[in-house]
Design a binder for this molecule. Structure first.
Ligand code: ADE
Length: 458
């Protein structure tokens, strides 16, 4: 990923980020950081870049020309997402960081003085972003804050197998308190439950703590959490048919974008998936109006809805059956040499799983949700959890088939999901009988209704 920063203080950016983890990722060529001095593009005497504001008002404004030329020196004729850091922008969030982390190149434009001439902003800027409701002297610190938050989401930046998945905002709750040795410090003892070894009780305690803390510190987040919990309860009346929606919400992947009566839209920005749910079979006009214009991949919950979308130009990728595993007991894994993949395994996965892009597979590995079967040190098969939450991507080398490795990989995946408190589920495309048989053999339940995957007509 390439970061460019257009600034009057390039040394602030270079020196600010160089000693950090971001600096190390730059040294390892995972990231590049290019600080461009706007002043170098001044055509005036003494490299002047600012002038008085038309219409009066205190302070100076950065002029359009040097900013435009600096921007052009980076972007050329390409379309590069350009972020103007300004207190007048949209508030920066973790969700936004995830979205930016999917870009391959970003330009940050840092203002100073009273800001920048509006005309050059209109021609170059794609996103106006603020880091909070307070005013700093310039955009360099906010740009560094954003670069830090975005960069740590780029696979490899935190190390090959480290994951940034356990966010403090995961599941829409603030993080529970954590403790390390010693067991007693300043007469304060680590809560007994954490020493009990009882995983179920520990998870329940952590959830309680997170809820209590969120309600107290961030009632706004807590209200959002409660709205999701209410929808999950409603959807659970048809758990087999709705598990994809329930898990998207409970794992903190999807956001409720629209909800009215029996109609729901859940948007998962990370997986770029829009879940459409309606009990009226077809979408109402109100629901259609709420469908985000940038939606590119849809999972629809019934055939009529899928047909309606096709009439509107969407392309049906396929119908699938949904399977879920509701037992809480871990399954036996017969093939012993299975472990989490690291980015070193990316080439193998990319070679054998061609349905997704390399970057997507890198993000799945880096999220800690892809697992491989090895023969000694040789990787011979893999499985993983997709961005929107379903299990899949199963592959085993031809000469290693019919030895129960697929079944072991699936059992291993189900166990990792159960450990996280998830209900594992997966989709089997119509006609894939081998996979249907495997799901049934493993004890997964099949939902009565099919689901429909659609994408934009090419
Ligand atoms: N520039 C000055 N203050 C800022 C803020 N709060 N966020 C983004 N850019 C800024």
């Amino acid at each position: 990923m390439k970061f460019h920063v257009l600034t009057l203080f390039p040394e602030m950016i270079e020196q600010g980020l160089a000693p950090s983890i971001i600096g190390r990722a730059v040294e390892k060529n995972i990231l590049s950081l290019n600080a461009v001095n706007i002043r170098d593009f001044s055509v005036e005497k003494h490299s002047k870049v600012d002038d008085y504001t038309y219409g009066g008002g205190a302070g100076m404004l950065i002029q359009a020309q040097p900013v435009y030329d600096a921007w052009k020196s980076v972007a050329g004729d390409r379309k590069v997402r350009t972020v103007y850091v300004t207190p007048q922008g949209k508030p920066f969030t973790q969700k936004m960081a995830r979205e930016f982390a999917r870009e391959t190149e970003l330009i940050f434009l840092c203002g100073h003085y009273e800001g920048i001439d509006q005309r050059v902003l209109d021609e170059t800027v794609t996103d106006y972003v603020s880091i909070g409701d307070y005013v700093l002297t310039g955009g360099e610190l906010p740009a560094m804050v954003m670069i830090d938050a975005i960069a740590r989401l780029v696979p490899g930046v935190l190390g090959n197998d480290a994951s940034a998945e356990d966010e403090s905002f995961f599941n829409d709750l603030l993080e529970y308190p954590q403790y390390s040795r010693p067991e007693v410090w300043h007469d304060k003892k680590v809560p007994d439950v954490l020493l009990s070894g009882n995983h179920k009780n520990i998870v329940a305690w952590r959830l309680d703590q997170a809820k209590e803390k969120t309600q107290r510190v961030r009632p706004d987040l807590y209200a959002k959490y409660q709205q999701k919990q209410e929808l999950i309860r409603k959807l659970s009346k048809q758990k087999r048919n709705n598990i994809h929606l329930m898990e998207s919400l409970s794992r903190g992947l999807g956001e409720i974008l629209f909800m009215r009566g029996e109609e729901v839209i859940i948007q998962d920005d990370d997986a770029a998936t829009t879940f459409l749910y309606t009990e009226d079979k077809r979408m109402s006009e109100v629901m259609q109006a709420a469908l985000p214009p940038q939606a590119s991949l849809i999972l629809a919950n019934n055939q009529e809805l899928s047909e309606q979308l096709q009439e509107q130009g969407w392309h049906l990728i396929g119908a699938c059956s949904q399977y879920l595993y509701t037992a809480k007991e871990p399954l036996p894994v017969k093939y012993k040499n299975i472990r989490q993949l690291t980015l070193d395994d990316l080439e193998y996965v990319n070679k054998h799983y061609r349905y997704e892009e390399r970057e997507y597979l890198a993000r799945r590995i880096w999220a800690g949700l892809m697992f491989g079967a090895y023969d000694g040190d040789r990787l011979v098969g893999f499985i993983g959890v997709h961005g929107e939450g379903s299990g899949g991507m199963l592959y085993v080398d031809r000469e290693y088939r019919r030895q129960g490795i697929a079944e072991s990989l699936e059992a291993y995946l189900l166990n990792r999901c159960i450990e996280r408190g998830w209900i594992p589920y997966g989709h089997v495309m119509e006609g894939n009988e081998a996979s249907e048989l495997l799901q049934e053999k493993m004890g997964l339940y099949k939902a009565s209704k099919k689901l429909y995957w659609l994408d934009r007509q090419q």
